[in-house]
Ligand binder design. Structure first.
Ligand SMILES: NC(=O)c1ccc[n+]([C@@H]2O[C@H](COP(=O)([O-])OP(=O)(O)OC[C@H]3O[C@@H](n4cnc5c(N)ncnc54)[C@H](OP(=O)(O)O)[C@@H]3O)[C@@H](O)[C@H]2O)c1
Length: 307
């Protein structure tokens, strides 16, 4: 017997159905005596899957251990930004993300003309990413992951004192991690909490190597990457991943021109806004392939999701 996608459920008792297994999940026919039970509240809303054989104990996959069906409450920090707003738009379209907390310095409004479930969105305003009042922390309760896009980008950093740039890029990230860790009770969770820190392709974690582009800024962002990864390693239940895109194109023609120029003159790779957002969402929901995603990883993962 072959499995077919869970969406095509044969007639059966509502709630508990014995269905053939989809070939996308189980690649070989079940042997005689083998069975598969999908417990679902609807044809696509699966609670658990039990695979077994009459002669052996079953293997039970609960919702949380089913990568494609993990229900996720996601925090998007910096939700009014160029990347943050696209991440929110795509998150609203994903079935495995059931709740999106859009954390930003001003309210996030998504038009209900946007494809996706706008009802999943909760806009949470924060005055400063360094300070987490109780009412903001309350919104982090039950969260499963976060995509952190807050930063002062290189072009904007030129008009601000470096201390302030470092405070927003580094101190605020670490304060945010602390606030999430305690408010989402990460140490008590069964599943890991996944945190993606958005950085850039040209940063450097190594002080002995002088980056070719804005050295102090690039070192500071690289140091932040290290701090985030070290934080996760030292905190039970926390998993972190650093996304390092090159120049992000999409939205307007100017970005395409700029991206092409940077690629040709400085070998800075490009990724589209849709690709980088899709890639980060896929990783945060399904699990991290590795702790650092370079531009090519983001392009590949994004292309796969968007195909
Ligand atoms: N865009 C690219 O081509 C590119 C390439 C590589 C890496 N990245 C990285 O990707 C991440 C997101 O970039 P982006 O292009 O989406 O940047 P963005 O549009 O400038 O958004 C950055 C976010 O940080 C917040 N922010 C900016 N200045 C702040 C300040 N002084 N205090 C508090 N919050 C502040 C913004 O809030 P407001 O909306 O309230 O201003 C926004 O939510 C950054 O880490 C960036 O370095 C971007």
């Amino acid at each position: 017997m072959y499995v077919h996608p869970a969406g095509r459920q044969p007639p059966g008792r509502p709630g508990v159905s014995h269905v053939p297994v989809g070939h996308n999940h189980v690649r070989k026919p079940l042997t005689p005596g083998g069975y598969l039970i999908i417990i679902a509240v609807s044809t696509t809303d699966i609670l658990s899957i039990r695979v077994g054989h009459s002669l052996a104990p079953p293997t039970i996959f609960t919702t949380s251990s089913l990568p494609s069906n993990r229900r996720m409450k996601l925090i998007v920090a910096g939700a009014t930004g160029y990347v943050g707003s696209e991440v929110v738009r795509q998150a609203l379209r994903r079935r495995d993300i059931t709740s999106v907390v859009a954390l930003a310095r001003r309210p996030v409004e998504i038009l209900d003309t946007v494809e996706g479930d706008v009802g999943k969105l909760k806009s949470v305003v924060i005055k400063d990413y360094d300070d987490y009042p109780e009412k903001v922390k309350k919104e982090f309760e039950g969260a499963d992951g976060c995509i952190w896009t807050v930063a002062i980008t290189p072009s904007k950093s030129r008009s601000l004192p470096f201390d302030e740039v470092k405070r927003v890029c580094q101190d605020c990230t670490m304060s945010g991690l602390d606030a999430l860790y305690s408010a989402a009770a990460v140490d008590k969770r069964e599943e890991p909490f996944r945190f993606i820190y958005m950085s850039g392709a040209v940063t450097s974690r190594d002080r002995s190597v002088t980056p070719r582009f804005m050295p102090e800024y690039s070192w500071m962002r690289g140091e932040t990457e290290t701090k985030v990864l070290e934080y996760a390693a030292a905190h039970k239940g926390m998993e972190a991943c650093v996304a390092k895109p090159g120049y992000i194109t999409g939205g307007d023609a100017m970005r395409t021109v700029m991206g092409t120029a940077l690629r040709l003159t400085m070998s800075v790779p490009n990724v589209t806004l849709q690709q980088v957002s899709a890639a980060m969402l896929e990783q945060v929901t399904k699990g991290f392939e590795r702790d650092t995603l370079e531009n090519e990883d983001l392009v590949k993962a994004g292309q796969q999701v968007l195909a």
